[in-house]
Ligand binder design. Structure first.
Ligand code: PRX
Length: 651
């Protein structure tokens, strides 16, 4: 970490907003920060007023730490705000979603078509017995029906829980059983690098152990296009989308929801073996995501906006679906991989649809850098006017490459920091105001309070490094962990009482800008995906051959972090096939994203005298660094032999 800080502190490049950009920007007067600070509730109220409410709130905020409620008494529907109000107004014929499939098929929906499709899907859900308060699990490819399904749930007041299509049957089962979802919406499969991701088959496997699910609605994405095993059809449970949705009426009023009614649960990794169901509610979430979309992406009526994140992650919830659609944007959704069929696919999409705002992850940018400048250079990227990044720290080289090679040296680049829990972007430049620095997310947005804290919770002023904490509630903040109120308090509010603990390290520079340094807990960030070391360890010890496992994230030049696992076998087990088998076992238990990059079978693990595994030393070994302090080890010989083993593997 200290090397990262050193490198960042030497970064002296500055990029003020282009004058022309500032002239037209949605936010161009820095006074907005002061205005928000002076009366933060009045400030958020202004942004809430841009939405349609069936009934206005009577109280902006009720803050009983650590529980916040926003816009109390307000009645609102997320689907109405994202769809109907545009369909019934000037945006009726404006394109809402451009959906490019991996095979190259393009489908679009205007706002009025989206309204009708969502209303039909909502009526179909009702026919399947889903009503207000029932939870629906969505396991789908990046096709527009995923957005339609989310909005249909929101329309009838049924909270959704989207599970990323790369998660395994085990992970699905855990999430479905935690929420006791009543129904599932899925597809036969999705396209990824020319192959079919067999979603329905995985659902079938999971549902064998999910008693709460009585109906499964299946969109036919692949059909006869490929020979593949689409799973089994369970009569009475499974129903094709095309058999039930198109025949529905488009008459389906939006359910007036309470501002604090749950909109969705989304699972994310924490520092234990089990993911946490992050709960988001309706009014505040919509205010936070729509306002930040307007400010940070400077969205204008004529923009074509593309966020490359999968809707299975929070970025897709807040900045593919709810934020942009609430603002009436035209949103691009792409189903497949960035190198299918060739490494210029993203740039072909930008060119084809004249994308003007692009939001992607540093890991993708580093991959593009590695692939070479020729791929973007082949395409016309002149439609772009603003670039964004999210999900992990961006190294200055990647930031500058993105600006120069993708943004043609003219587009501002906004590095946006936030989390599944925060629901909305909290730290980011405002592209018409902020002087950008490659590698820095700069400042908290207007209305957001952030502090750099020492380990004991003391707030550190000036240019200092420490832990990032949030000092006041914000509208889209999580309202808790589903089914686990104690964990909510413990995880976020016990480290620094009265403040939200983010789990991230941060450094503030001389000018007051923030440089996010990554997680300080046992959460890894692998290619922008959040994975806990404990989850991978639990998956490993689930294998009959494994006695004990220790997992760490080691630095990786493209993925940010890679997973390294150190495994101790039970006696009687050995064999060269095991590393491969164990890596595959983790992929089966969690999903391919959690498959360890390195797996070492070792004779022992470095432990303190009290039996705690010293992960820091494992990290030193995996990164080939000089070993840190080993004096607290019960048996110092253990690390030496691990180091030898590592060096042999490398050679
Ligand atoms: O460590 C931070 C990192 O991603 C974590 C949140 O992960 P997740 O909940 O999956 O949400 C990702 C998308 C919002 C944070 O705790 N992170 C996210 N954005 C940045 C970042 N680290 C540095 N810079 C960022 N811009």
């Amino acid at each position: 970490m200290s090397e990262t800080i050193e490198a960042l502190l030497e970064e002296g490049r500055r990029y003020p907003p282009p004058e022309e950009f500032t002239r037209n920007a949605n936010l161009s007067d820095p006074a907005v920060y002061d205005r928000a600070e002076k009366d933060v509730e009045a400030f958020w109220e202004e942004w809430a007023d841009r939405l349609d409410w069936f009934e206005r709130w009577h109280t902006v905020l009720e803050w009983n730490p650590p529980y916040a409620k926003w816009f109390l008494g307000g009645k609102i529907n997320a689907c109405h705000n994202c769809v109907d109000r545009h369909a019934e107004g000037a945006r009726a014929d404006k394109v809402a979603i451009i959906n490019e499939g991996e095979p190259g098929d393009v489908r679009t929906l205007t706002y009025s078509e989206l309204r009708d499709e969502v209303a039909r899907a909502a009526n179909a859900l009702k026919e399947l017995g889903v009503g207000r308060g029932d939870i629906v699990c969505l396991y789908m490819p990046m096709i527009m029906e995923l957005a339609v399904a989310m909005l249909a749930c929101a329309r009838i007041g049924a909270p959704h829980t989207v599970v990323f299509g790369g998660f395994s049957a085990e992970s699905l089962k855990e999430r479905i059983n935690d929420t006791r979802a009543k129904a599932v919406i899925t597809a036969d499969g999705g396209w990824r690098r020319g192959k079919v991701v067999p979603l329905k088959r995985t659902i079938d496997e999971a549902l064998a152990q999910c008693p709460s699910v009585s109906r499964v609605l299946v969109y036919r994405r692949i059909g006869d296009a490929a020979e593949f095993d689409a799973g089994q059809w369970v009569e009475g449970r499974d129903v094709w989308w095309h058999d039930i949705v198109p025949k529905q009426s488009t008459d389906c009023p939006c359910e007036p929801m309470d501002s604090e009614d749950m909109l969705y649960v989304l699972y994310t990794s924490g520092s234990t073996g089990h993911p946490k169901g992050i709960v988001h509610t309706t009014g505040g979430y919509l205010v936070g995501t729509s306002a930040t979309f307007h400010w940070v992406f400077d969205h204008k009526e004529e923009d074509i906006y593309w966020c490359t994140a999968d809707v299975g992650w929070v970025t897709g919830h807040s900045y593919v679906v709810y934020g942009p659609l609430a603002e009436g944007a035209t949103v691009v959704m792409y189903e497949g991989a960035p190198d299918a069929p060739d490494k210029d696919r993203f740039w072909r999409i930008v060119e084809r649809h004249k994308v003007s705002i692009l939001y992607t992850a540093p890991t993708a940018i580093r991959t593009f850098m590695k692939w070479g400048d020729e791929f973007p250079a082949r395409c016309d990227l002149s439609s772009l006017r603003l670039l964004g990044t999210v999900g992990e720290p961006i190294n200055p080289e990647a930031w500058v490459w993105y600006r120069d090679h993708i943004g043609g040296e003219r587009c501002p680049v906004v590095d946006t920091w936030w989390q599944t829990e925060t629901g909305m972007i909290l730290i980011s430049p405002l592209p018409g105001i902020t002087v950008c620095k490659p590698g820095s997310a700069t400042r908290p947005l207007p209305g957001i309070g952030a502090a750099v804290c020492a380990e004991d919770g003391t707030v550190l002023e000036g240019p200092r490094g420490g832990y990032l904490a949030l000092t006041q509630p914000w509208p889209a903040m999580l309202r808790g962990i589903f089914n686990d109120p104690d964990r909510y308090v413990e995880q976020y509010w016990s480290q620094f009482p009265g403040k939200y603990f983010t789990g991230d390290g941060v450094k503030r520079d001389e000018e007051g800008d923030l440089w996010l340094l990554g997680r300080v807990d046992d959460v890894m960030n692998v290619a922008g995906h959040r994975i806990s070391t404990m989850e991978v360890e639990s998956a490993l010890v689930d294998h009959p051959a494994v006695a004990e496992a220790a997992v760490i994230g080691r630095s990786h030049d493209v993925k940010g972090q890679a997973i390294a696992a150190f495994v101790l076998l039970k006696s009687g087990y050995s064999g060269d096939h095991l590393p491969k088998e164990l890596r595959a076992h983790v992929a089966k238990m969690i999903g391919p994203i959690a498959r360890p990059d390195d797996l070492y079978i070792c004779g022992d693990l470095p432990k303190t005298r009290s039996g705690k595994i010293m992960r820091r030393l494992l990290r030193d070994i995996a990164e080939g660094r000089a070993l840190g302090d080993t004096t607290t080890l019960a048996d110092p010989a253990v690390v030496a032999s691990l180091r030898d083993q590592y060096e042999q593997t490398e050679a």
